[in-house]
Ligand binder design. Structure first.
Ligand SMILES: [Zn+2]
Length: 129
C-alpha cells in the first residue's frame, strides 16, 4: 500500500523542481503579457488623443484584436500555473482533474501546468472540435 502511494505521490525533489518550473513559466507568461500591454501603451503614446475606442483604428490590420487574443491566451496560461501551484500546495498536484488518476511524471515534466492526464486531455480536445 505504501508503495502505491509512493508511485501516486510525487517525490519531494520532483515536486520542488516542478514548482520552480511553474514559477518560472508563470514569470515568462507575465513578462509576455507586460510586453503585450506595453505595445498598447506605445500606440496610445504615439496617438495621445486616441481613446480606447480609437486604438483599434490606430493599429494596423486588426493588431489590437490579435493582441487581445494573445492577452487572453497568456492570462489563461498564468491562471493554469497558479492553479497548478495551488494544487502543489494542497497536495493534489499530479492528479487528473477529470478522472482522478495520477498523471505520469513525464507528462508533468513536459507540461507542468497540466491538470489532465493524456486520455482526458485528448477527450477534451476532441469534444471541443
Ligand atoms: Zn484523466
Amino acid at each position: 500500500m505504501e508503495e502505491k502511494a509512493a508511485r501516486v505521490k510525487l517525490g519531494e525533489i520532483e515536486r520542488k523542481n516542478l514548482r520552480r518550473r511553474l514559477l518560472r513559466e508563470r514569470r515568462k507568461f507575465e513578462k509576455q503579457l507586460e510586453q503585450t500591454d506595453e505595445r498598447s501603451i506605445e500606440v496610445l503614446k504615439a496617438n495621445p488623443v486616441a481613446t480606447s475606442s480609437h486604438i483599434a483604428d490606430c493599429i494596423d490590420n486588426g493588431e489590437e484584436e490579435v493582441m487581445e487574443k494573445r492577452r487572453g491566451t497568456l492570462q489563461k496560461c498564468i491562471d493554469k500555473c497558479n492553479q497548478a501551484l495551488r494544487r502543489i500546495a494542497e497536495g493534489t498536484y499530479g492528479i487528473c482533474c477529470e478522472c482522478g488518476d495520477p498523471i505520469p511524471i513525464g507528462r508533468l515534466e513536459a507540461v507542468p501546468q497540466t491538470t489532465l492526464c493524456v486520455p482526458c486531455k485528448n477527450e477534451k480536445n476532441s469534444s471541443i472540435r
